[in-house]
Design a protein around this ligand. Structure first.
Ligand code: IVH
Length: 688
């Protein structure tokens, strides 16, 4: 049985990892609610078992968003967070606690919306914005002034006059930087089109944007702001509400959704109103903040180490909807992992129609005791795919069928395996299971891999026609084979074959990524290629044998060398070892090699750190065939140039691919900026 100490340690590690996902990677994997529950559970355990207290526990600090790229600045007043509550009962407790602490004195509560963005502290001196600092770890934050200056709703110069005491000579104002829903949706659409990872929500998009190093990128992302907290020695009024109204007159964006409440009923009415009305707002909100209005009373209530006693946040439950489970489907991923997916009766949730939801794994299905036809609650958490959060077992249709996890692969019938200690099932038939094979070939041809111009339907068509069974077969395709297929004509066939031919120029590290070794992504492949300059070297290190030979049985840890590579841990090393130990995979690699694919690192290209593009500002636009956008970006940097997102008179040239955006084209023409195509650019960078 798990001991309390172990439980505490597991929780701490989990919370730290979620903190990292949230603050450093801007990609949360759980909802705020789930996060808070974990933190609360840990707090409770630490309180009950003080012998396990630890100053480094995540309960002892607010998550940090400090990054190394910006200068760090100490906050004059620490940036605390608020205690979160989820029920009217807890609001009532706050109210009673406050009454007691103020010894029965009357008090007002200001209710405001809790904006779901990223917090910022702005310093103004003599009416001018001098500094903008992120929250960081609460004590020190990043100086993001240059980025914040691009946000239009943040005044650089205040209206009014310091002498006439309109605003204090020096003060700090705090608030939230937000990405409005429409800007967020547009950004994600663009990222999808460019094959870039999506932001899970506007909060992460705003935080990520504020932390980019290029203020031009920030300027193009349409960020907005709401300010909600004034600090300083000589504030204009003695109440929070009056100070915010004054700040509005100086030019700050202060929300109109703010109310001075005189009793608990008014507070609850405000909460209930906005729980519904917020759905029509242009920005994301996730709750209501309650603040004691009088600054004198705030001072007398004081703070705890983490949060003020004079304020509290009431968090709205994530929007959820109820709908019926129609069926459960088991889908097979490229690596054989089986994902259960719920097909639902379509239902409207936060502005989109939801028809499918993730069910995670067997344990989750068992925990819900899920039956077909069950009434389920679906929610959108931090992730993009909605999830089932609750099953209404009371509304169950009598005699309905219990959902059982598949025992055999839905595609090839092979018995599924669930490795001990793991939650996921997988189909072990990697070489013979259609979705795994097709998925593998799809990854192989994808833009970031071999960049072969074909879609998943074409791959399915070639596979079903028996033309391809693995990626090497693509290079044996002939015009005759293809012309026999439906929908294929000379022009499309020529185009495909040309693109297959072109893929032979793709650099070794991308070929390595294209193999689809489980756990080896784009970055991993680059790192491996830098450590092992040829495919043969890598195979040798992985199986401990001569190229494509049998593994050396005397070598006890044949993949030790692999683990010296940054980011390759034991699991990935094992996976690389397994992959190359399989003779079928080595046979495919041999054939790819014979077809002329690159299996050695292009040393000259790698060593090329020049300053040929020094001082040049380059905008990349359109779709490319020989390298990915990211590679061109890297090339520009390697050669001393600067990547920029928007065209201005300072742009040196535009690296233009196919289908360059019409707006950019117009602007470049207007400003007389040169367009350079891929070939010209490569010549410039490589032939020096
Ligand atoms: S007041 C000391 N007011 O919520 C109190 N915070 O967990 C300072 N937030 O870090 C915060 N809307 O980023 C306050 N109307 C509002 C807010 C708000 C959003 C954020 C803020 C803060 C977090 C608290």
């Amino acid at each position: 049985m798990e001991t309390v100490k172990q439980k505490i340690e597991v929780l701490r590690a989990e919370i730290e990892s979620h903190n990292r996902n949230y603050y450093d990677l801007f990609q949360p994997r759980i909802s705020d609610y789930e996060f808070d529950q974990k933190l609360k559970e840990l707090e409770k355990l630490e309180k009950e078992y003080p012998q396990f207290a630890d100053a480094n526990s995540p309960t002892q600090r607010v998550g940090s968003d400090v990054s190394e790229k910006f200068t760090q600045i100490e906050h004059q007043y620490p940036m605390l967070s608020l205690t979160n509550t989820y029920s009217e009962g807890e609001i009532m407790e706050f109210y009673n606690r406050t009454t007691k602490a103020l010894l029965g004195e009357e008090f007002e509560i200001v209710c405001e919306l809790k904006y779901d963005g990223t917090s910022i502290s702005l310093i103004y001196e003599n009416g001018l914005l001098t500094q903008a600092i992120t929250r960081g770890d609460g004590t020190r934050g990043d100086d993001v002034t240059a980025n914040v200056r691009t946000i239009r709703s943040i005044p650089l110069k205040l209206s009014g006059n310091a002498k006439e005491e309109h605003y204090p000579a020096k003060f700090e104002i705090r608030g939230e930087i937000l990405m409005p829903w429409n800007a967020f949706n547009q950004l994600n659409e663009e990222r999808l089109a460019n094959d870039e990872s999506l932001f899970a929500n506007p909060r992460n998009a705003a935080a990520g944007t504020l932390k980019t190093l290029d203020p031009q990128v920030v300027a193009s992302r349409k960020l907005d702001s709401y300010l909600y907290y004034l600090l300083g020695e000589k504030l204009p009024a003695g109440t929070h509400f009056a100070n915010l109204q004054a700040a509005r007159s100086w030019g700050f964006k202060i929300s109109d959704a703010i109310k001075v409440c005189h009793n608990l009923e008014e507070v609850i009415a405000f909460i209930n109103h906005w729980d519904e009305a917020r759905k029509n707002l242009p920005v994301a909100t996730d709750g209501i903040v309650l603040k004691v209005n009088s600054l004198r009373q705030q001072r007398s209530l004081g703070m705890t180490a983490k949060s003020p006693r004079w304020a509290i946040a009431y968090k709205f439950q994530a929007e959820s909807a109820e709908t019926r489970l129609l069926s459960v489907e088991f889908s097979v991923g490229r690596t054989g992992i089986i994902t259960p997916v719920a097909n639902l009766e379509p239902v409207l949730l936060s502005g989109t129609i939801v028809k499918r939801a993730s069910l995670y794994n067997e344990d989750a299905i068992e925990e819900f005791d899920l039956h077909i036809g069950d009434l389920c609650s679906v929610e959108k958490g931090g992730e993009i795919i909605p999830k089932i959060t609750r099953v209404n077992t009371e509304a169950r249709i009598p005699g309905s069928e219990k959902v059982r996890f598949a025992t055999n692969c839905p595609a090839c019938g092979t018995k599924l395996e669930r490795p001990e200690g793991e939650a996921a099932h997988f189909c072990p038939n990697h070489a013979g299971c259609a979705p795994q094979i097709k998925g593998g070939i799809e990854l192989f041809i994808s833009r970031k891999a071999m960049n072969i111009n074909a879609g998943s339907e074409s791959i399915a068509q070639f596979y079903d026609a028996g033309l391809i069974k693995n990626s090497a077969d693509l290079y044996d395709l002939t015009a005759d084979d293809l012309l026999k297929l439906d929908r294929w004509q000379k022009k499309s066939v020529d185009k495909l074959l040309e693109s297959i031919e072109l893929s032979k120029q793709v650099p070794y590290e991308r070929v390595l990524y294209a193999l689809g070794i489980p756990g080896v992504g784009e970055t991993g492949a680059k790192k491996l290629a830098r450590a092992f300059h040829t495919m043969d070297d890598l195979i040798n290190a992985s199986v401990g044998a001569i190229p494509c030979g049998r593994p050396d049985e005397n070598n006890i840890r044949p993949y030790e060398q692999l683990m010296n590579v940054d980011e390759v841990g034991e699991v990935i090393a094992q996976s690389i070892h397994d992959y190359f130990s399989d003779e079928k995979n080595r046979e495919i690699i041999r054939r790819l090699q014979q077809h002329g694919l690159k299996m050695t690192l292009d040393e000259s290209l790698l060593a090329q750190q020049t300053n040929i593009l020094q001082g040049q500002s380059i905008v990349i636009s359109g779709v490319f065939t020989q390298h990915s956008r990211d590679e061109y970006k890297a090339m520009i940097e390697q050669n001393g140039g600067k990547n920029s997102t928007s065209i201005s008179k300072n742009t040196t040239f535009v690296l233009a691919g196919e289908n360059m955006g019409p707006e950019k084209l117009k602007k470049a023409e207007k400003l007389g900026i040169k367009l350079m195509n891929e070939e010209e650019f490569l010549k410039l960078c490589i032939n020096i």
